[in-house]
Design a protein. Structure first.
Length: 354
């Protein structure tokens, strides 16, 4: 019973951490969309931490599917229904509202095709909606979703690497991924393609780092070390947070950056949390906040403190509604369909438990 309680507390801490990261991204976009310059750039660091946590939880999810015998099919079903229904909703609703106000046209069709395919960069705007804003995009935060979907597909490869290969192969392959991802980021960023530099390959290192943490998270020795290193861990986490906020590009250093971010995220997730929200709003808040801020900027060119607070509040309200109406039912459908793929008797492979 105590082990179950610790697990629930740990998951509560992770939920709170993900929500905090979503709030950081929301506030960063609130300033960025108004053209407020700042030397602190927490948005990219928060997204990288999201990738670490995604790698951590996706690795655990895939391992659970393997242990139960569902394998890749069950994992893919759960991931699809966890991500896509809410994503499709925030894509379709603005297009539907615009079409109802101005009449349907091929403009909405092109927007829907590009965005439902997660290729948001091909058609970020619909009609004249937000066309005179600093960024002509209905929802500029959706660029990370295509990265996540591709990264989800890398989990079976990471799982095989970490559970079925030799120690030397693990070290060499992981090092190659870390260095390759970092090199890609710096080279592409250096030649001026900042947006392209943040795409799939650079996030791969953080996703792998989170997977490595999940792979070793059940080690009793590691858990004891984590529990006894609280003072040093807190100092290190604060230092990492300062570096990530002020110099986010430095967090792409080979191996060091991704592993530090993943370790800090997992360490924070070890703290017992008595206050846990009933629903995890981190993903839906991430989906909702950008168009809400754009809408407020459509009414007020510059937002004061009250208007900014109202934009954040409305984002939370919409996130809660989206969670209750779409995300949670979608997850239940995914869990039900994934159970249909399971054999009558669970199959536990020796590699999965390694």
């Amino acid at each position: 019973m105590q082990e179950v309680a610790m697990t629930e507390n740990r998951m509560g801490a992770f939920d709170n951490l993900r929500l905090a990261l979503a709030v950081v991204v929301t506030i960063a976009h609130l300033n960025e969309l108004q053209g407020i310059e700042s030397r602190i750039s927490p948005s990219l660091a928060a997204v990288n931490a999201f990738f670490c946590l995604a790698g951590f939880f996706c690795f655990r999810s895939y391992r659970s599917c393997v242990l139960n015998g569902g394998g890749l099919k069950a994992y893919a079903i759960k991931r699809f229904f966890r991500i896509y229904p809410a994503y499709a909703t925030v894509v379709v609703v603005p297009a539907a509202v615009w079409a109802s106000m101005h009449g349907p046209s091929f403009e909405e069709a092109r927007y829907l095709i590009a965005n439902l395919a997660t290729l948001n960069f091909l058609h970020p705007c619909v009609g004249g909606l937000f066309s005179d804003h600093r960024y002509c995009a209905v929802n500029g935060a959706l660029w990370t979703i295509k990265n996540e979907l591709v990264l989800y597909g890398s989990i079976p490869i990471f799982f095989w690497l970490l559970t079925s290969t030799t120690t030397r192969a693990k070290i060499w392959t992981a090092s190659a991924i870390f260095v390759g991802a970092s090199t890609y980021f710096y080279v592409i960023n250096y030649v001026g393609h900042t947006t392209l530099a943040k795409q799939f390959l650079s996030g791969l290192a953080y996703f792998l780092a989170g997977s490595i943490m999940a792979w070793r998270s059940e080690s009793p020795r590691l858990l004891r070390l984590i529990e006894t290193s609280t003072p040093a861990s807190l100092v290190a986490i604060i230092a990492i947070a300062i570096v990530a906020a002020t110099r986010p590009n430095l967090m792409m250093l080979p191996a060091v950056g991704p592993l530090c971010v993943a370790w800090a995220a997992v360490r924070l997730g070890q703290f017992p949390m008595r206050l846990r929200p009933r629903h995890d709003l981190s993903y839906t808040l991430y989906l909702c906040h950008f168009p809400v801020i754009q809408l407020f900027l459509n009414w007020h060119h510059n937002l004061n403190a009250y208007e900014s607070g109202a934009a954040v509040f409305v984002s939370f309200v919409l996130a809660y509604c989206l969670t209750r109406a779409v995300e949670v039912p979608g997850m239940k459908i995914g869990q039900h369909l994934s159970r249909l793929t399971l054999p009558v008797h669970p199959v536990i492979s020796s590699a999965a438990t390694g």
